[in-house]
Design a protein around this ligand. Structure first.
Ligand code: TMP
Length: 224
């Protein structure tokens, strides 16, 4: 079994940049790693992503929830579970915590029902680690800028405040699995904090340092 890490945060938290840095670091260290994103990561998921972000769509909150869950169900069954079963580290840009924060805390759908529906979509797969890059809603939106805002970025400030508060409440309820970091420190400092935590986790799971590839065996196999 590999290791499943989700990156989470409000708009403009820099999670995509941090995920990319961790991905490169793991690759350099020879750790088998895949990276993916939500919504997206599959052909179906990327089509749903485009629909979900378009400002000219106005789905009912329940419809929006099930579109995110459809994308997730496809990603879990075709990408995430197979990668974990192959012993890989999976880095996912957003996952179930986004649904709890945005659709439950943000949109106001009942948290327990959203969590139940999410468990159905994922078969109960929850990340080993959720890295939450936290910052005030105003600061995140200012970083993004309003030009070309997608349907979520264009939401009112109060919506984004509820999302942030939701994330922090979720993190408090499961501190073992959540790593909450201040997204406003310089990106290089943040990257080192993420790596220190992930490295410890990998060591504890026996996934780091990566086992050297047995070249002899590979070459031998190649002769057949
Ligand atoms: P981003 O990952 O590029 O930030 O865009 C995804 C947007 O979709 C972001 O505004 C958060 C939102 N979202 C939800 O509302 N619920 C979800 O379950 C997921 C994965 C994303």
């Amino acid at each position: 079994m590999g290791l499943f890490i989700a990156f989470e945060g409000p708009e403009g938290s820099g999670k995509t940049t941090q995920l990319r840095r961790l991905y490169r670091r793991l690759r350099r260290a020879g750790v088998p790693v895949v990276r993916t994103r939500e919504p997206g990561g599959t052909r179906l998921g990327e089509r749903l992503r485009a629909l979900l972000k378009r400002a000219d769509q106005n789905p009912a909150p329940e419809a929006e929830l099930f579109l995110f869950l459809a994308a997730r169900a496809q990603l879990v069954s075709t990408v995430i579970r197979p990668a974990l079963a192959a012993g890989q580290v999976v880095l996912c840009d957003r996952y179930s915590p986004s649904t709890l924060a945005y659709q439950a805390y943000g949109r106001g759908l009942p948290l327990d029902q959203v969590a139940d529906a999410d468990r159905l979509a994922t078969g109960g797969l929850w990340p080993d680690l959720v890295v939450l890059l936290d910052l005030p809603a105003e600061a995140g939106l200012a970083r993004r800028g309003r030009a070309g805002a997608d349907r979520f970025e264009a939401e009112e400030l109060e919506f984004h405040r509820r999302v942030r508060a939701g994330y922090l409440e979720l993190a408090r309820s499961d501190p073992e699995r959540w790593l909450v970091l201040d997204a406003q420190v310089p990106p290089g400092v943040l990257a080192r904090q993420v790596w220190a935590h992930v490295r410890d986790l990998l060591v504890r799971r026996g996934l780091f340092p990566a086992k050297p590839v047995n070249l002899g065996r590979l070459l031998h196999r190649g002769n057949h």
